[in-house]
Design a protein around this ligand. Structure first.
Ligand SMILES: [Zn+2]
Length: 350
């Protein structure tokens, strides 16, 4: 199983009617820890670099550690960049060996989002990794709705013109904690899914924390194959860290840091498990997803790059290029032979 193409993983989700959890990481040691727990649950896993932590760890280090841990795992594991800040950062991740990258142009005017996302897709094709784009805008922390919802007709135009493999949709979801109980716009999701059926493009839901379980499951039934989680994991990790420290008042200076970190990781893992339950992916790891070849070799340390640093020639990645990820570029309207309309999405009473 091991390291797999993100597109293969999402295709398995589509076939099995479940979603993979895309969990943001904060540190390198989190990768083997979460993989171990996911192995126990027999669930596929998408390890996510949320983009903003590149200043703490290079993409090469992240990909190297994650891929090495994935190579030994009994479950399918992908490595994903979320919310790539710009095209340069997106390319750094693609070059480092991520199996998928997100370029987030959702805050740009529509035509500029199309233009830059199309370039991101070309970058992805060059390095053989899948590319995610976003249309519509998610609200930030403490919002209770998306800032602007994804327009189904525009989604079709966006996918047709950019060739993105994965589309992040705004259907009432938002990042951070919600003010009240969020309610997803299923009619909109249905219309988006229907509009995109001719394309080999998967749908992803960001801002998974706090969305009611029945809404998460309904969205998966309607075509969501990847759900992003971060806030809840942070919350649970912090809770367990504080509980650990409170339980050990004798530590006035010399904390047992490994134990404290393990407590934090325990919170992460518990949160991941409850999300995986909602995503209906537990026990779904034994699919027939092909493993990517991986040959560990000496990894030369490189200087840390800041997010603003220009792209520099990097040492050869120890992960082979990920080719043949799915659709030809641009995505062909699948008038193509593999396309089968099942009626699954639009016959529901939404
Ligand atoms: Zn997000």
């Amino acid at each position: 199983m091991a390291l797999v193409k993100t597109m293969d993983m999402l295709a398995a989700c589509e076939r099995g009617k479940y979603a993979v959890g895309a969990f943001n990481l904060n540190s390198l040691d989190q990768a083997p820890f979460l993989i171990k727990r996911a192995e126990q649950l027999k669930a596929p896993l998408l390890l996510v670099e949320p983009g903003v932590i590149e200043k703490y760890m290079s993409f090469e280090d992240f990909a190297s550690v994650a891929a090495r841990a994935a190579a030994k795992a009994s479950i399918p594991v992908g490595i994903h960049l979320s919310h790539g800040l710009d095209l340069e950062q997106t390319e750094r991740a693609a070059k480092a060996g991520f199996t998928s990258v997100m370029y987030d142009g959702s805050k740009l005017p529509y035509e500029e989002n199309v233009r830059t996302t199309k370039i991101a897709v070309e970058i992805g094709r060059k390095y053989g990794c899948a590319v995610e784009g976003e249309l519509g805008a998610l609200g930030s922390s403490f919002a209770n709705v998306s800032e602007s919802m994804t327009d189904p007709a525009l989604a079709k135009d966006f996918v047709a013109r950019t060739g993105v493999d994965i589309l992040a949709v705004a259907i009432g979801n938002a990042h951070g904690f919600y003010k009240g109980t969020p309610s997803l716009d299923f009619k909109r999701l249905e219309e988006i899914r229907y509009a995109l059926m001719p394309y080999n493009c998967y749908l992803t839901l960001h801002g998974g924390t706090g969305i009611p379980e029945n809404h998460i499951k309904r969205s998966i039934e309607m075509g969501i194959v990847k759900v992003c989680i971060y806030t809840e994991m942070c919350h649970e990790g912090k809770k367990d860290t504080v509980a650990y420290l409170n339980a050990h008042p004798e530590y006035t200076g010399n904390y047992d840091i490994p134990e404290m970190l393990a407590a934090c990781m325990g919170g992460f893992a518990r949160s991941m498990e409850s999300c995986m339950n909602m995503f209906m992916c537990i026990g779904k790891a034994d699919s027939d997803i092909a493993a990517l070849p991986y040959t560990p070799k000496t990894f030369a340390p490189t200087a840390m790059k800041s997010a603003a640093a220009p792209i520099a020639a990097s040492p050869a990645s120890d992960i082979p290029p990920n080719t043949d990820i799915g659709p030809a570029y641009p995505s062909l309207p699948a008038e193509n032979k593999n396309f089968k309309a099942t009626g699954r999405f639009w016959d529901k009473n939404v």
